[in-house]
Design a protein around this ligand. Structure first.
Ligand SMILES: Cc1cc2nc3c(=O)[nH]c(=O)nc-3n(C[C@H](O)[C@H](O)[C@H](O)COP(=O)(O)OP(=O)(O)OC[C@H]3O[C@@H](n4cnc5c(N)ncnc54)[C@H](O)[C@@H]3O)c2cc1C
Length: 470
């Protein structure tokens, strides 16, 4: 049996002793890993099961940062020489109203746990990322987006209220009406404004586990955009794109669209829990050698994946698990990238008539000799988010991943960041371990206004890096 992959990633390295033989008490340090496993920062971990476990001022030493399941790729959920407040123990459901779909739960509850509870009752998440193993607190703090961004906006658009706990012990009830500025700064606030203890989220009704699926093969951005335009009213859209092929196959991919299926599919896709709570049935037990993922092997995979769909267009009704969470089937799949870990890159570029920026990004990847295994392209819509620091904005978003490979991958990411900057786009902090302070300030000019709301006792590896203290 695989280990539950909804647990935060922690290094299996032994913890140093907390106490020297005769000397003064030392703090236990551990490597809490983000999903990219890069960078690795050593810090103290404190598990919170109740909000009363929040450390009072006289028991604190150094900065703090609340963390959820560690499913961010870079260092927004990491901190060197401080205390990570691990919230997975705060996992209680507090209230649910089936008349309105309004759920109140603690911030450490995962989206997987919400689905396990809500799907049998005929409710689904309003917005979900490509993994269900993230916490409600993490979903708010990164203001995550899903395949329905063009229709539903971000996760934060469906949060009605939450409680924010500050390091001075104060508790702020935040909503669109009460303490509105704290609400807006905390949605997408990267865990820096305080700890979210509980939140209210509005779920959406469903009548079946089924998703009406349509897959279209495309070649080139023009065809992708045509499909996106035609599917503008479809609830979920996303494309897989082949970043290795060149020439006549440049920018080929599969455009996927889906919508919650109707009552006619309920008998075949009844509203019930996923087997084993949707936990992975297999897991990668060890790190694979990093060299296995290279341009040649990824090229082979891409050709096989593209050709697996034999017809130009296919239609089917599929279960929501493989539609939303294909990667969740394999526990610890990040070990595929080897011990050194992986770097993610996600940008959004504003609309541009010839998609010059995205083409330049794709060409920079090919020229670097690197390849991305999981490349995803999507249109973001214009539904506004309440979050001041929220990442999505109207345009085209591209997400890529690369194994950490000495300077080659760093140079490539710096090049991709520069292209994003030149084209007036921005990068996603939840998937970043490289963004420079200069780029961050240009991508998020509201950062100074936000800085005034950062809790003086809170900090993160990301924040230290982009504010020039890392
Ligand atoms: C396979 C995969 C697919 C993904 N797909 C998407 C996608 O489609 N769209 C998308 O937007 N993201 C996606 N992500 C990224 C992921 O959704 C976000 O990084 C999410 O925020 C992770 O949540 P977490 O609970 O693991 O939080 P962590 O990674 O532990 O922390 C994330 C941030 O939240 C803060 N935080 C956590 N809990 C609290 C709390 N209680 N109070 C205050 N702050 C808190 C932390 O300080 C940190 O800044 C994906 C990640 C993976 C691994």
């Amino acid at each position: 049996m695989a280990e539950p992959s909804s647990e935060p990633q922690q290094s299996s390295e032994p913890l140093p002793s907390t106490r020297a033989a005769d000397g003064p008490k030392k703090r236990a340090k551990a490597a809490f890993e983000s999903w990219g496993r890069y960078p690795r920062l050593q810090t103290e971990l404190r598990t919170l099961s109740w909000i009363s476990d929040f450390p009072p001022a006289h028991r604190r030493d150094g900065p703090m940062l609340p963390v959820g399941a560690g499913r961010s790729y870079g260092d927004v959920c990491l901190l060197e020489d401080g205390t990570l407040l691990q919230t997975r123990g705060m996992d209680r459901f507090l209230h649910f109203d089936p008349a309105t779909g309004l759920l109140r739960c603690e911030a450490g509850v995962t989206l997987a746990e919400i689905l396990d509870f809500a799907v049998p009752l005929g409710f689904f998440l309003p917005v979900t990322p490509g993994t269900k193993f993230v916490t409600v607190g993490g979903a708010i703090a990164n203001d995550i987006h899903g395949k329905n961004h063009h229709i539903a906006g971000t996760f934060g658009s469906h949060v009605l209220r939450f409680e924010l706990v500050r390091s001075d012990g104060s508790r702020i009830l935040c909503s669109g009406r009460e303490n509105r500025e704290w609400f807006q700064m905390t949605i997408g606030g990267l865990g820096l404004t305080g700890l979210i203890s509980w939140a209210e989220v509005r779920l959406r009704p469903i009548v079946s586990r089924g998703i009406q699926y349509r897959g279209d093969k495309f070649v080139g951005f023009a065809e992708f955009l045509e499909l996106s335009r035609a599917a503008a009213e479809v609830e979920y859209t996303v494309a897989w794109i082949d970043c290795v092929s060149t020439g006549k196959n440049f920018a080929r991919g599969i455009f996927m669209q889906g919508a919650h299926a109707g009552i006619e599919t309920t008998a075949a896709h009844p509203l019930r829990r996923s087997p084993n709570g949707g936990e992975p049935s297999v897991a990668l037990p060890v790190d694979l050698p990093g060299f296995l993922l290279n341009k040649a092997t990824i090229g082979l995979f891409n050709t096989a994946y593209y050709n697996k769909q034999r017809h130009k267009t296919v239609h089917s009704v599929v279960d929501y698990e493989p539609f939303f969470y294909p990667l969740d089937k394999i526990g610890h799949w990040n070990r595929m990238y080897g011990k050194a870990g992986l770097l993610q890159f996600q940008c959004v570029l504003p609309w541009d008539t010839d998609q010059h920026g995205i083409t330049q990004i794709m060409k920079a990847i090919t020229q670097s000799g690197m390849a991305s295994f999981l490349a995803v392209l999507k249109v973001f819509g214009d539904v506004p988010s309440p979050g001041v620091m929220s990442f999505p904005r109207p345009g085209l978003t591209l997400a890529l991943d690369f194994p950490v490979r000495a300077e080659v991958s760093f140079d490539l990411l710096d090049r991709l960041a520069a292209i994003t900057f030149e084209h007036g786009g921005r990068m996603y902090p939840a998937k970043d371990a490289r963004m420079s302070g200069e780029h961050f300030r240009a991508f998020f000019p509201q950062w100074e206004q936000f800085g005034a709301y950062v809790d003086p006792a809170f900090d993160s590896g990301f924040w230290q890096r982009v504010t020039g203290r890392g």
